[in-house]
Design a protein around this ligand. Structure first.
Ligand code: FAD
Length: 389
């Protein structure tokens, strides 16, 4: 099933990305998951295909395409055997450096973007902190300017791919919150080297997506040259907000892909598994939830594409991008849940991979934004209800 708004270029993207993803099957990803090993081969294949630069400016080696095309790409990646692990392997390279594209200097773009696009450099994203959670303005990591460099102390949590990253997009407070007019002022954004003599990285044991690590990051005296600050001092939170809508859109597309894969496996199993003398898919209690889920995933896909097209047209899309993530996460969760139930006991067995998809689908219920915060945002912005966060 392809979206209505398809063009030959979009179909080409889908086919080319699928051809790469198909080289990495369920066995490959199950093994990476079992051994907690980073999928370097997959990362290299995507980079070698030139796909990391899909939404990056052409002058730095990118393809200069929009979020719509990036979403189409990431839906294919999410729908591959690698599910969320595959998405997380490449996600930050696709749009995570948008603050540099938009607010960096020419020199910064020239110095940093080509190596991200060709895959020779890997960045991680250090925003979340243990004591701040979703209330980002309360982060405590402090960057103090001394001469021509900032000295950073603090702690980040959940930083994905930090084990492999040589760079970190780091949000830190440069002005004490008490001296700021608004809590979100006084935060600055940096693109820093992960200097392991000043940064300790400890992997967090988690439920799934074991191929891609998430970490606690302890920063003790990291030195960041002033020319590694992105944009103006004190405006870092705003730069992050700029990237939130594309982030939601890509995330929604990934989840739709993941959901479709689980649903397809469920339908295939329902056709072939015979119990009480007939395929289980002949029972409406099996087929109706799958048909319902097909509809939900389609609706989530259309909302995702709509939000992407609004974004690429330069129109406001905050509510649509958030709604797309909300609908996708809900539909994606139900896809994995139904796939598990349709497979019966075998859904719980690693051999059928449904339990791996299910574990990965749980992560996108919580991160990068929870359904509660999305609903808070829509209630406030679209329904005029009082702000609750
Ligand atoms: C697998 C994984 C990978 C991640 N990777 C990264 C990464 O690479 N970089 C990074 O910076 N972060 C990363 N994160 C962190 C992620 O973005 C956060 O977990 C997420 O933002 C939620 O923050 P929290 O866990 O502190 O939840 P909390 O802020 O503690 O919230 C807990 C719960 O309370 C709810 N809640 C809080 N306030 C309200 C309110 N006002 N109204 C209603 N409900 C509310 C939330 O919705 C949530 O359900 C990752 C997380 C996971 C699980």
């Amino acid at each position: 099933m392809e979206p209505l708004a398809d063009t030959p270029e979009r179909a080409e993207i889908r086919d080319a990305v699928r051809a790469i993803c198909d080289r990495f099957d369920d066995q490959y990803w199950a093994e990476k998951d079992r051994t907690h090993s980073f999928p370097f081969e997959f990362a290299k294949a995507i980079a070698d295909g030139g796909w990391l630069g899909i939404a990056m400016p052409e002058e730095y080696g990118g393809a200069g395409l929009g979020v719509t095309e990036a979403a189409i790409m990431m839906q294919v990646v999410g729908g591959s055997a690698g599910a969320f692990a595959a998405c997380s392997t490449v996600h930050i390279n696709i749009f995570g450096l948008h603050p540099i594209v938009k607010h960096g200097t020419d020199k910064q773009r020239k110095d940093w973007l080509p190596s991200i696009i060709d895959g020779s450099s890997r960045a991680c994203f250090g925003v979340t902190e243990p004591d701040a959670g979703l209330d980002t303005s309360k982060i405590k990591t402090r960057a103090v300017l001394k001469g021509d460099r900032y000295i950073v102390h603090g702690q980040k949590i959940w930083t994905s791919t930090a084990q492999q990253a040589d760079k970190i997009v780091l949000l830190a407070r440069t002005k004490p919150i008490e001296e700021c007019v608004k809590p979100a002022d006084g935060l600055s954004l940096f693109y820093a080297d992960v200097d392991r003599s000043k940064v300790e990285i400890r992997e967090i044991l988690k439920m799934g997506r074991h191929a891609v690590n998430s970490n606690q990051v302890f920063i003790d005296g990291l030195e960041i040259p002033i020319e590694h600050r992105i944009g103006e001092e004190g405006r870092g939170f705003r730069y992050i907000l700029d990237s939130l809508n594309p982030e939601r859109i890509l995330n929604a597309a990934e989840i739709v892909g993941m959901g479709r894969r689980a649903l397809a496996k469920a339908a295939a199993y329902a056709k072939e598994r015979v119990v009480f003398g007939r395929p289980i898919g002949k029972n409406q209690s099996i087929q109706h939830p799958l048909a319902e889920n097909w509809s939900e995933l389609y609706a989530a896909e259309l909302m995702t594409l709509h939000a992407a097209e609004l974004y690429d047209a330069g129109k406001p899309c905050g509510a649509q991008a958030n709604a797309a993530k909300y609908l996708a996460a809900d539909a994606g969760f139900r896809a994995c849940d139904r796939a598990m139930r349709t497979h019966g006991g075998m859904g719980y067995a690693a051999e059928f991979h449904i339990e791996r998809y299910f574990r990965e689908m749980m992560a996108v219920q919580l991160a990068p934004v929870s359904r509660e915060m999305i609903l808070c945002f829509i209630a406030e912005r679209e329904l005029g209800l009082p702000k609750s966060y």
